[in-house]
Ligand binder design. Structure first.
Ligand SMILES: C[S@@+](CC[C@H](N)C(=O)[O-])C[C@H]1O[C@@H](n2cnc3c(N)ncnc32)[C@H](O)[C@@H]1O
Length: 468
């Protein structure tokens, strides 16, 4: 689990992070911690600044060594990186002629310590691990011990921000490099509430990617415990602009784009249509058929001949984009437009070939984190199924330049993206016009979470909340 987050900060961003915190002058006697320090990319620059500034203030090398041992702190859970960090710090100190420093770098889990109020600066790039990748034990620990993790699908870094915020003294500063999903993710709302009172600055890299493997873009947040202002400075790196944001104008999501919600029309998309997440099999490898041969009564997949009654067109925005034809095993039926679930016996009896095929994956299917009462051959989540048996629209959760909306027939089963069905009065053609409009695109620019490059991630809730 931890290995996934071991991505270290590039030197340019280390400089920006320390500058943003104002870690520049009069550093002697100021306690600082880098609480997930990895190989020490940030700590090494901290030590360099600390020594140079102390020398500028005519502090001798013996005193500087003592200072390093008291003022500079670090935590790292991984033993190998911890030792590498110590070696890197020794190298930096020795380049100034300072040897044998007894570093206060600890090889431990920062989230299990209590450093409340102890530091003048907390600086770092914490581990990011999304909820899906956290094991049950860590999830339970975070839920129990961190307000920001009480609800929903939190990220590991929420706990780090919360713990770091607590670790700064009443005059201390926090400068943290975090995924900028913090500003908009619904599950980070609690955390936004925690940091907002002392937030003084955001440096947002928006579509500029610092880490190629991360799913969202990055931002630096700076909190200053001695300042409780009504506004903060927001810098958009890509646009090169800096604005002052009034805290009281921020709602549940933090929107920094100039999008005028006040002037929005009254009709809410979600009152006329339902936008919802597509079916989630939780094991597409078994259900989505990419290599197959269609015959009269069945579909051949390898040595299996799956009964036609179970087969539908499987659709995802990606497959539509690449014009790939895919099928999906649909282990349900609709009777008078109502979803009917097969019993185990019925399924085995009616679809012996499909049963044999799915038995191939029986271990993986049984190990899914499925909804309660899900049968082994069914999809992991059933929430989308009730409304699927009608014509619908499909769009991707990731929007690049324009919003692409696809029309799907009644029989198609979307297994990725957001699908839309009508509720009252308006038609799907009208929904398509609304979603492909310039106004909706501007809304996406304002509320979307930066994903890859210029792409933005949106949710079904965002679509339902749109006003047209
Ligand atoms: C994203 S890396 C950043 C490393 C360093 N801050 C940098 O920017 O170069 C996160 C580091 O946190 C460490 N880590 C993960 N969980 C931790 C925990 N609970 N306590 C301390 N360190 C942890 C990982 O091993 C990894 O080295």
């Amino acid at each position: 689990m931890i290995e996934k987050c071991q991505v270290f900060t590039p030197s340019q961003n280390v400089i920006e992070l320390l500058d943003a915190a104002g870690y520049k002058r009069d550093l002697y006697g100021k306690k600082i911690i880098e609480n997930a320090c990895g190989d020490g990319n940030i700590l090494v620059e901290i030590v360099r600044r600390y020594i140079e500034d102390s020398l500028n203030n005519n502090i001798n090398l013996d005193k500087i060594k003592e200072g390093l041992e008291v003022d500079i702190h670090g935590a790292e859970i991984d033993e190998q990186h911890y030792f590498k960090c110590l070696a890197n710090l020794d190298e930096m100190a020795s380049s100034f002629g300072i040897l044998n420093v007894n570093w206060k770098i600890l090889n431990l889990d920062f989230l299990k310590q209590n450093f409340d109020g102890q530091f003048d600066y907390v600086i770092g790039n914490p581990p990011y691990i999304n909820y899906r990748e956290l094991n049950d034990e860590t999830r339970a620990y975070l839920r129990e011990n961190f307000t920001s993790c009480k609800f929903g699908k939190f990220d590991y870094f929420y706990a780090f921000v919360e713990a770091s915020f607590k670790s700064i003294s009443s005059t201390g500063k926090l400068a943290y490099l975090i995924p900028n999903s913090l500003f908009k993710n619904v599950f980070a709302q609690e955390l936004r509430g925690i940091i907002l009172p002392h937030l003084v600055r955001i440096i947002d890299y928006t579509s500029h990617k610092l880490f190629s493997q991360a799913l969202t873009s990055s931002a630096i947040i700076v909190c200053d415990k001695k300042i409780s202002s009504k506004n903060f400075e927001y810098k958009d790196i890509k646009k090169g602009s800096t604005t002052v944001i009034q805290k009281e104008t921020l709602d549940k999501k933090w929107i920094f784009e100039n999008y005028n919600f006040e002037s929005e029309p009254k009709r809410r998309f979600g009152d006329y249509f339902s936008a919802a997440i597509s079916v989630a099999t939780l094991f597409n490898k078994a259900y989505i058929l990419k290599e197959f041969k269609e015959e009269e009564n069945h579909v051949c997949v390898g040595r299996f001949r799956i009964e036609n009654d179970l087969i539908r067109r499987g659709i995802s925005p990606r497959s539509l984009n690449s014009k790939k034809s895919e099928l999906i095993i649909f282990p349900y039926k609709y009777v008078n437009s109502k979803l009917v679930r097969y019993s185990n016996e019925d399924f085995n009896k009616s679809f012996p070939e499909a049963t044999k095929y799915l038995c191939n994956f029986s271990e993986e299917l049984r190990n899914r984190k499925s909804d309660k009462n899900t049968k082994w051959f069914e999809y992991g989540r059933s929430q989308a199924l009730a409304h699927l048996n009608q014509p619908k629209l499909l769009l991707s959760t990731v929007v690049t330049k324009e919003v692409k909306v696809y029309e799907l027939t009644k029989d198609c089963i979307p297994y990725s993206g957001i699908y839309i069905v009508p509720k009252k009065e308006l038609t799907l053609i009208q929904a398509k016009e609304i979603l492909e409009s310039k106004a909706f695109n501007e809304y996406v620019r304002a509320i979307g979470i930066n994903a890859n490059g210029n792409s933005l991630r949106i949710t079904a809730v965002d679509i339902n909340n749109y006003r047209f």
